[in-house]
Design a protein around this ligand. Structure first.
Ligand code: GTP
Length: 393
């Protein structure tokens, strides 16, 4: 099937470790997928004992070197110590290969690498680039997952800085990339919480369907498509006024047990995950998906900054610079964000579809003729009959 790797980068506190383990839970609960192994590559990683016990890393760079070791023994500050550790890791890539082979050691593997958040590691120091290249040379299909906190893009200027950060990492790491907005469950709470009615088929994928135009310029197109679909469904009488974007607590009661399962899903409670994935799961409960709430929020695009420029709400001194930044983002037309609500299975499904496309997941599978299995069984049975006949003679 192949070797796959997600290299998870993003600013400190953006939710990288939480994301890694949530993806591990998601893949672990799905019998048709390769289970994921999580490798910590942050020598300054600080998790509580309880977290380490509940979901330990499968391999950990701190077994090679840690920031605290360097701080103790060398005269460095915390940032210098981290850079020293990462350079030491790059000089000892055979150690990493050994760890990967020890916990994985097969041709079909799925690894998730939790990287440090210091921006210099993927802007002007080539350590993460080297790491990605090495993984590729070990036959991994690599996808860089750049995570950004939902609260980080709460206003236009923060969004622009997040988008530039994502663009920088995409350009420097030179691998397939997916940008993810994490902590969207918090955004959902800001919007008023409560369960929304399950979106009707065809409605919930429009905002972020990955066949739609991508890139920052695509945001407007997506928003327009969503509005047109809303209008169309209204005309067909399939949509009540309250269905789009508004809170709808109709099915709060029905969803109560699903809520627990959702959280369990994200945070590693196997029973909860089993309940969620089991046959008894209520169909209505498991398909809450955020993108109908506020598409513009999750994919704001440079048009927001342009609108601010037109409204003269940007300081005159920054006007020209802001316009140039919009131009860079629009011209590259590369940066696109996918929202992730770790409490929603459909949100994971949607994100994984992107990551699978980026890593070409499963494309190494040999094509099989329909009916090949039956033919093999028939041949086996013929051979067994022949053996039995030979023994009897
Ligand atoms: N509600 C919610 N909280 C989250 C989510 N992701 C992360 N958090 C919280 O955000 C905080 C930081 O999360 P981490 O996963 O440690 O972030 P990180 O990017 O690995 O942090 P560093 O290792 O310091 O770079 C923790 O308190 C998490 O519980 C999320 O999707 N939803």
């Amino acid at each position: 099937m192949g070797r796959y790797a997600q290299v998870v980068v993003g600013p400190a506190g953006s939710g990288k470790s939480t994301y890694c383990f949530a993806v591990q839970n998601y893949l672990g609960a799905n019998a048709t997928r390769l289970p994921a192994l999580v490798v910590n590559l942050d020598p300054g990683q600080e998790r509580t004992e309880e977290q380490e016990e509940k979901q330990p890393f499968d391999a950990d760079v701190r077994d090679l070197i840690s920031v605290s070791d360097v701080l103790e023994e060398l005269d460095f500050g915390p940032n210098g110590a981290l850079v020293f550790c990462m350079e030491h890791l790059v000089d000892n890539m055979e150690w990493l290969k050994g760890e990967i082979d020890a916990v994985g050691g097969s041709d079909d593997e799925y690894f998730i690498f939790d990287c440090p958040g210091q921006i210099e590691l993927y802007t002007h120091i080539p350590v993460l680039r080297t790491l990605v290249e090495r993984l590729q040379s070990w036959n991994f299909h690599v996808c860089v997952v750049h995570v950004i906190d939902a609260l980080f893009i709460d206003d236009t200027s923060k969004f622009i800085s997040g988008a530039l950060l994502a663009l920088t990492s995409m350009l420097n790491l030179q691998a397939a990339a997916v940008n993810v907005v994490t902590k969207c469950d918090l955004k959902k709470e800001t919007l008023g919480g409560g369960r929304r009615r399950r979106p009707r088929a065809g409605v919930n994928t429009i905002g972020y369907h990955f066949d739609e135009a991508t890139g920052t310029q695509g945001a407007l197109a997506r928003l327009k498509a969503l509005e047109e679909e809303e209008e169309r469904l209204k005309q067909l009488g399939q949509l009540d006024d309250g269905d789009f974007g508004n809170n709808d607590n109709d099915d709060d009661d029905a969803a109560t047990s699903g809520d627990n399962a959702d959280l369990a899903y994200a945070f590693g409670d196997e029973e909860g995950a089993a309940e969620k994935n089991g046959a008894g799961a209520d169909e209505e409960e498991d398909d809450e998906f955020l993108n109908v709430d506020d598409p513009e929020y999750f994919n704001p695009g440079t048009h927001m900054l342009r609108a601010a420029l037109e409204e003269n709400t940007v300081a005159p001194k920054l006007r020209e610079l802001s316009e140039s930044i919009c131009e860079v983002l629009d011209n590259y037309n590369l940066v696109n964000f996918i929202p992730l609500d770790i409490t929603s299975e459909s949100s994971f499904e949607y994100l994984m579809a992107h990551i699978d496309a980026a890593t070409q997941y499963g494309e190494d599978l040999e094509p099989r003729d329909p009916g090949a299995e039956e033919q093999e069984e028939a041949e086996d049975s013929l051979q067994n009959d022949a053996k039995a006949a030979a023994l009897n003679e």
